[in-house]
Design a protein around this ligand. Structure first.
Ligand code: 13P
Ligand code: 13P
Ligand code: MG
Ligand code: MG
Length: 366
């Protein structure tokens, strides 16, 4: 029987601004899942990254399964109730629709799911990012699946060398899912052309060209496209299966050494370096910096091991120091140039309103 991994993540309220959920909030989500998951889930883990709560679950129902999605949606509603009772900031922030119809796609939470026949050993990584958007995973995905500078397996393993298929979504198209499939290694330059535009083109999935199996899944939610206005950043999640015919765990982690600049940070309106952090980390400097956590698991008959915290190793302390330096450099120039996002991506209407007012005061000199 096939196993499905489902991650559903949302910001439903946090302490002291956009820092982290409260213990009671986490417990109410946990208690709901614990009480209602019998016969639906095989296993689950509940964690937070910054102010977002992620429900990682295993089951046999396949992706977009109504029972699984309803269970998680209701758990997030139960959490929202607690958030309101405690007066947490942004209670229910990412739950943008009132009525549940079939699955949580398009309702606000970030979703990533993988369905597969379990291998003898089935290691995988679960990434959760806060204060950024799904495009943050574009560069790591490119480097892991296309570049031997990060993925030694592309040179050393005859199977990895056969390449991968990228499914990339144009998230500006909101009528339906608009998807292109491109193959590595022959189309890596075309993949790069799309992935450089992190606000429009997002890696949705990666598939092995040897087995046809899905290796990676990334959430593609754009809250801005659902609500039509800023309601918080689209803090994304990614699942990646590792080892054997797939990249080694360390090859998937390698690109995070860069601390690449991504969109997000304060008010979802700035660029900041993506900092790899430990699981259940909080948010601080300038409502950031953008952070990503990575939990490594093995799953067997749907049962999850405990997590290995992939960014807890001392190596990443050194990276975090360097990323802090990058963040400080960028913050020194405040609102200027690339420090703040371009007009089209500014998450607050204030600048647009000011420009409209000022436009009336311009005079054209003949
Ligand atoms: P081991 O020899 O420890 O199994 O490691 C193999 C490997 O592929 C590491 O990337
Ligand atoms: P979140 O999307 O994580 O809630 O952050 C919103 C924000 O405006 C931070 O400054
Ligand atoms: Mg928030
Ligand atoms: Mg968040």
């Amino acid at each position: 029987m096939k196993t499905t991994l489902s991650v559903i993540k949302a910001d439903i309220g946090s302490i002291g601004g956009h820092i982290k959920p409260s213990q009671s909030l986490l417990e109410s989500v946990q208690n709901h899942i614990k009480a209602k998951s019998k016969g639906i889930l095989t296993d689950y883990k509940i964690t937070h990254t910054g102010d977002d709560i992620a429900i990682l679950s295993t089951h046999t129902g396949g992706p977009l399964n109504e029972k699984v999605h309803k269970l998680c949606w209701d758990a997030l509603l139960a959490g929202t109730k607690t958030a309101r009772e405690q007066g947490l900031y942004g209670a229910g922030q990412d739950l943008l629709k009132d009525s549940f119809s079939g699955n949580v796609k398009g309702m606000g939470p970030a979703i990533a799911e993988l369905e597969f026949e379990e291998r003898k050993a089935e290691p995988f990584l679960f990434f959760a990012a806060d204060k950024t958007d799904p495009g943050a995973f574009n560069l790591p995905a490119y480097l892991t699946f296309c570049d031997p500078m990060h993925n030694a397996g592309l040179l050393l393993s005859s199977n990895l060398k056969k390449g991968f298929t990228f499914r990339i979504m144009d998230v500006n198209y909101t009528e339906a899912d608009k998807i292109i499939e491109l193959n590595t290694p022959e189309e890596i330059y075309d993949i790069a052309v799309l992935l450089r535009d992190t606000e429009r083109y997002i890696v949705e999935g990666v598939y092995s060209r040897v087995t046809g199996e899905q290796v990676a899944a990334v959430s593609t939610t754009r809250l801005h496209n659902i609500a039509g206005k800023y309601t918080g950043k689209d803090d994304p999640v990614m699942l990646v299966r590792t080892q054997k015919d797939f990249p080694a765990t360390g090859e998937v982690l390698s690109p995070y050494t860069i601390g690449a600049f991504v969109a997000g940070f304060m008010r979802g309106s700035h660029n900041g370096p993506l900092m790899p952090v430990k699981q259940n980390s909080d948010i601080s400097f300038f409502d950031g910096p953008p952070v990503v956590s990575a939990a490594a698991y093995c799953v067997h008959d749907g049962k999850l091991t405990e997590a290995a915290d992939a960014f807890a190793h001392p190596y990443w302390d050194y990276v975090r120091t360097q990323v802090s330096r990058k963040a400080q450099e960028m913050r020194r120039q405040g609102f200027f140039g690339p420090a703040m996002l371009p007009m089209s991506e500014l998450e607050y209407g204030g600048v647009v309103e000011v420009l409209q007012e000022l436009d009336k005061r311009f005079i054209i000199k003949k």
